[in-house]
Design a protein around this ligand. Structure first.
Ligand code: G3I
Length: 346
């Protein structure tokens, strides 16, 4: 048994699979994932750049293995993602002569990309993150090339294209900082409008890249309540909890080098002190209490990583930090937070 079994009457409990683990057939990671989780998301291997580095080539190696692993273990399989501004080659937004592509040209490319990628796995994935991160923290449209070239319509278009290809897949809009009130209001409004206009959207992904100090659980509670009110399912899509001191207040230039760090900004290189380990367990417990309160409208809670060693937070926003955001430590052993989440269900 694993954590998935403790929550089997509530929601799926998921994690990601890295391209490395899939390609190297890293059995230590894969067996831990199979034991503990019943949902998986592709960390990188289905994104535009890795799967389709240029117009002519597709590289399905890791993505095929990802889907096969999910099927073998009878998991809830999530494709991540169809449309995102990040990890998308700049050539996507160019025409044959290297200029900015037309709206029609980009719409065609989007449709073709979705048809090929979602088409290959039709009927085998339970859900797709259709559009990722189209809204800014200040509650405005992100001025990505998708938005700049296609206008705000690009989001609805992506959902229609995905639905045409794989009508049974659950289609999700996925974003971070969904507890920030102006951003939350904007997303909720957007989704409400989609529903009114018949855009095929079934879920909103709350990424939940949280910090040990915030946001408060009452904000998480509020977002979940609002999603239920507008009639979409909630997916916790990328949960992790950053335990390190924030560096966002540093001058932008310093942070953007992403190399500069001092012991003060990377304080736990010799292991996580007991009191922080305990604080992390308590934070996970508080958050899961809210998820359980909303379990009737939550399809899954997916962690963005299994062991601390593989977390993207070791390299963000400054490279080379030692972070401890997940349920399993660098020796693949469950942490205090893991046992606390089991205790909640005993
Ligand atoms: O695979 C290439 C390799 O060929 C190259 O030599 C190397 C040089 O930098 O980069 C490798 O790619 C890296 C990739 O991870 C695979 O390890 C990229 O640089 C790196 O940017 C990429 O980071 C990923 C990030 O998304 C990209 O924005 C993280 O692993 C992944 O965890 C993270 O996940 C995102 C979600 O998709 C969306 N929500 C936020 C979340 C965290 O940023």
């Amino acid at each position: 048994t694993g954590i998935k079994d403790f929550y089997k009457d509530d929601f799926h409990v998921g994690t990601i699979l890295s391209t490395g683990a899939l390609l190297k057939n890293d059995t230590k990671t894969l067996s831990l994932v199979a034991r503990e989780f019943n949902a998986i998301t592709a960390e990188n291997c289905m994104k535009w750049e890795p799967i389709r580095p240029n117009d002519k080539e597709w590289d399905w190696t890791a993505a095929d293995k990802f889907v096969e692993f999910g099927e073998q273990n009878k998991m809830y399989i999530v494709g991540h993602n169809l449309v995102w501004h990040s990890q998308c080659p700049k050539e996507v937004f160019q025409n044959e002569t290297g200029g900015v592509i037309s709206k029609e040209g980009l719409t065609k490319k989007m449709q073709d990309h979705i048809a090929t990628k979602a088409g290959r796995y039709k009927g085998r994935l339970q859900a797709w993150d259709v559009v990722n991160e189209a809204v800014e923290d200040d509650g405005s449209w992100r001025k990505s090339p998708w938005y700049n070239i296609m206008g705000e319509d690009f989001i609805a278009k992506a959902f229609h294209f995905a639905h045409e290809v794989d009508p049974k897949a659950h289609l999700i809009y996925n974003d971070y900082n969904t507890e920030t009130p102006v951003k939350r209001d904007f997303i909720v409004n957007m989704v409400k409008n989609f529903k009114k206009k018949g855009v095929p959207i079934q879920g909103v992904g709350m990424q939940e890249h949280l910090s040990i100090d915030g946001p408060g659980v009452e904000e998480i509670d509020k977002t979940l309540t609002m999603l239920k009110e507008i009639g979409v399912r909630a997916h916790i899509t990328e949960l992790d909890i950053d335990v390190l001191p924030s560096v966002w207040n540093l001058p932008t230039a310093e942070v953007s080098t992403r190399f500069d760090y001092t012991p003060a900004r990377d304080p736990y290189t010799k292991g996580l002190p007991k009191e922080i380990e305990e604080k992390l367990a308590k934070r996970y417990e508080d958050i899961f209490k809210v998820y359980l309160k909303h379990r009737d409208n939550i399809d899954r809670v997916t962690f963005w990583g299994t062991t601390d060693a593989e977390s993207w937070l070791n390299g963000f926003p400054i490279r080379g930090r030692t972070n401890y955001p997940l349920l399993f430590d660098r020796e693949y052993k469950p942490k205090a937070a893991y046992f606390r989440l089991l205790d909640l269900k005993k």
